[in-house]
Design a protein around this ligand. Structure first.
Ligand code: HEM
Length: 149
């Protein structure tokens, strides 16, 4: 029996004490504020998401991470097709996205929580890169997982 007050993810994994809805929102707000201003990934976000649509995008991403890490099941979307539609996406974008994301979670979270965020982000980014290669008729068999520097 886990000690009182500890929270379990539906997979049975212990949820770190500092990881809650407020923390997820804080990570999303800081990361996307930096992503929009970034010279590599910023132009992609700013081309696709108009200013008035950002609150809704941030709410969707918060639902995504809340579902992934807290098991709330709030996110029911399919992110893959939306990324396959981003014709300019390449490894330079994923490398920058991951390094910015690692810096943000390491600034705001405990090492344990930061590692959870980074592990999931690396896996999702990997699935997007494989999906992009397949959709572009490229060889997807030799794609190695990109680690957040
Ligand atoms: C190369 C780096 C990336 C760029 C430039 C990027 C850009 C975008 C853009 C422009 C959208 C809005 C698409 C639309 O509304 O049509 C979007 C949606 C989204 N992205 Fe990314 N993304 C990147 C990587 C990632 C990664 C690694 C994750 C997850 C760990 C992620 C999770 C999401 C989610 C959950 C959505 C919302 C999809 C929905 O509306 O249901 N993205 N992204």
């Amino acid at each position: 029996m886990p000690p009182t007050g500890t929270r379990l993810h539906p997979t049975g994994r212990l949820i770190p004490a500092d990881l809650d809805e407020q923390k997820v929102r804080a990570v999303v707000d800081l990361f996307y504020a930096r992503a929009r201003a970034d010279d590599v990934i910023g132009p992609v976000f700013n081309r696709v998401i108009a200013g008035p649509d950002w609150p809704e995008h941030l709410a969707t991403i918060t639902d995504f991470w809340s579902s992934m890490l807290l098991g709330t099941g709030r996110y029911a979307g399919r992110p893959m097709p939306r990324h396959l539609a981003l014709r300019e996406l390449g490894d330079a974008h994923f490398a920058r996205w991951l390094s910015l994301f690692r810096a943000t979670v390491e600034e705001l979270c405990s090492p344990e929580t930061a590692a959870l965020f980074v592990d999931r982000a690396e896996r999702v980014a990997h699935s997007f890169r494989i999906g992009l290669a397949i959709s572009r008729g490229e060889d997807s068999t030799r794609i190695e997982i990109l680690r957040a520097p």
